[in-house]
Design a protein around this ligand. Structure first.
Ligand code: 9WO
Length: 253
């Protein structure tokens, strides 16, 4: 997979994804990353990439032509068609489903804005979709681009070890992850649940599934599609809920 990033700070992006899974994906040639700086395509003595907004107001707006030229250069660098994604607070929320969809593409071009944003005409003419990593405003789209690159890199075949891949699968089901423990068994902060030391892999898998279902129900009920749960999962979720029902009974006295 090839990812091109249109950004005023190509080095920043390169550094963000130089380590860990994304670095490994690059070394294994599972993912290639290329930066394109609109300033390299800006004209005039000052190579301007931004200008004051029409209508007044704070901030500056990124000019059409340097961005358009950088996008054209990125497109021309490889014959494969590319999907252009603009990282912005106004975008659709990034989900694992969207990550999976992007990860199947041969090419993606990530457009990172700065200042107050990009001239709307460039967005309308060049952008295929707008994506947000959360409801907050950053200084630019680069950190959001790094998030997309990391999430997509993990899904490239061969990027993860078997253990990492299994862990990824646990979230792939749309549930939150279960709790994790390591040594020591006893600590002033508590004891590791006995089931995890039982060696009974079926019971361990059952415990992990129940904790993942329960956590999702508690923390992110919006992710839980209860009607779609299997009979076994319904049973596990009821076991988890029973924990709280008992506490509730005591409370009610
Ligand atoms: C800057 C600004 C300055 C003065 C008044 C209002 C203003 N709004 C902005 C602004 O929204 N800047 C954005 C910076 C323009 C697009 C690139 N930037 C950005 C992307 N910030 N946060 C994101 C982002 C991207 C994806 N998911 C979450 C946040």
């Amino acid at each position: 997979m090839r990812i091109d990033v249109i950004t005023l700070f190509p080095d920043f992006i390169a550094q963000c994804v130089a380590f860990g899974v994304t670095g490994r994906a690059g070394e294994r040639q599972l993912l290639s990353l290329h930066g394109w700086n609109p300033r390299d395509y800006a004209e005039g003595n000052y190579r301007r990439v931004d200008e004051r907004p029409f209508g007044g107001g704070p901030g500056m707006v990124m000019l059409i032509d340097p961005l358009r030229a950088a996008i054209a250069a990125a497109r021309a660098a490889d014959p494969a068609p590319a999907r252009i994604v603009y990282l912005t607070p106004q975008g659709a929320p990034l989900t694992q489903a969207k990550v999976r969809e992007l990860a199947t593409r041969e090419r993606v071009i990530l457009l990172c804005g700065r200042y107050e944003g990009v001239d709307e005409r460039l967005i309308e003419a060049e952008v295929d979709e707008e994506v947000s990593i959360g409801d907050y405003v950053l200084s630019g789209g680069e950190l959001a681009a790094a998030v997309v690159i990391d999430a997509v890199a993990r899904l490239q075949e061969g990027a993860l070890s078997d253990a990492e891949s299994a862990a990824q699968d646990s979230f792939e089901g749309g549930l939150l992850d279960c709790p994790h423990y390591t040594r020591p068994v006893e600590h002033e902060l508590g004891r590791v649940p006995d089931v995890l030391m039982s060696g009974n892999h079926a019971e361990i898998a059952r415990w992990r599934r129940r904790e993942a279902l329960g956590r999702t129900w508690q923390r992110r009920p919006d992710l839980l599609d209860e009607p779609a749960l299997s009979k076994a999962d319904h049973q596990l979720l009821n076991e988890y809920r029973a924990r709280f029902a008992e506490v509730g009974d005591d409370f009610d006295g």
